[in-house]
Design a protein around this ligand. Structure first.
Ligand code: GLN
Length: 314
């Protein structure tokens, strides 16, 4: 047991209680009606190391939907299915500085492809590239990939969250139809079918432990230290982690890189997947969000851990 692990294990309970009060500065996402009921003051964390040791605390066993965290894995699957060249002909590699669901730059900048795969427009384009003969088959393939990465065959998506998002997805529908108009989605694609797969993968339910397991594989370049299998090509994991660092916290990614300094991806259900390269996978949940859509207490906790353990990559 090394010194850093002992420090984490001794201090995580205290850091959780120090950070939990920050939840009152935020609120649970309400634009997807099914998310509004989440316990806003919850805070949980799970940290998994390559030898299988786990440090967990708070509401680490609580189920929540991945939301935008799923975009990291749909990107990996689209890269596996299509290769780099095809994927990056439909989506760019740059941060936007705009809200995650912004439509602004799709018309402002030529060509009208989304700036990156982690904003909604980019993730919808990526979802359209996932292989499968029907929306159900595509959803099943995403689920199978998530189950593999999380090491849990029972992972599933929450039907009522997916339906709730679909019922109120005026903005995402606008983005998707705009993408089709721009030729980013195939002219033969059914926009509604692409969206249904997108809502389903956003609604996949996980705990902090699942995110930590997925993060551990990313931390080790696609190699799962627990089963000793290479699950994803190293190059694709490198691409995904780079996007997490530059765009993973939406238009707060620069600040997060300064304060925390590790690749991470947030979702509007309050989850954050974080990666300490070469070392740990981390899952955090705290449903109260700030104005950028990131977990307020969750970011505080990651910042505390990163400063105390000197995790910044910079
Ligand atoms: N499903 C959500 C949406 O499309 C995901 C957004 C997020 O987590 N930021 O709005």
């Amino acid at each position: 047991m090394n010194e850093q692990w002992m420090n984490l294990s001794a201090n995580v309970p205290q850091w959780l209680s120090d950070c939990r009060p920050y939840a009152k500065d935020g609120k649970a996402a309400a634009y997807i009606p099914a998310l509004a009921a989440a316990p806003a003051d919850a805070l949980g964390v799970s940290i998994l190391s390559a030898d299988g040791s786990i440090i967990a605390g708070g509401e680490s066993g609580m189920l929540f939907t991945m939301q935008s965290i799923s975009k990291v894995f749909t990107l990996l699957l689209a890269l596996i299915d299509n290769g780099e060249e095809a994927v990056f002909s439909k989506v760019g590699m740059e941060p936007t500085g705009d809200d995650f669901n912004s439509i602004l730059k799709l018309e402002l900048v030529e060509p009208g492809i989304p700036f990156n795969p982690l904003i909604n427009a980019g993730a919808i384009a990526v979802t359209s590239l996932i292989g499968g003969a029907s929306p159900d088959e595509k959803t099943e393939r995403v689920l199978a990939f998530m189950r593999l990465m999380a090491g849990d065959d029972s992972l599933d998506y929450n039907r009522s969250v997916s339906e709730s998002e679909s019922a109120t997805a005026y903005r995402n529908r606008s983005l998707a139809y705009f993408l089709q108009e721009n030729g980013v989605l195939s002219p033969h694609a059914s926009v509604e079918e692409v969206l249904s797969v997108y809502f389903n993968h956003c609604a996949i339910e996980v705990t902090c432990h699942h995110l930590a397991r997925m993060g551990l594989i990313l931390a080790h370049g696609g190699f799962d230290p627990l089963t000793e299998r290479q699950l994803v090509p190293r190059r694709y994991v490198q691409i995904a982690k780079t996007f997490m660092l530059t765009c993973g916290m939406y238009n707060a990614s620069g600040e997060f890189a300064i304060r925390v300094g590790i690749p991470a991806k947030s979702g509007v259900a309050g989850g954050i997947l974080a990666v300490v390269p070469g070392r740990y996978g981390i899952g955090v949940v705290g449903p109260a969000l700030n104005s950028r859509g990131n977990s307020v207490a969750g970011i505080r906790l990651l910042e505390t851990m990163s400063v105390e353990c000197d995790w910044s990559m910079f």
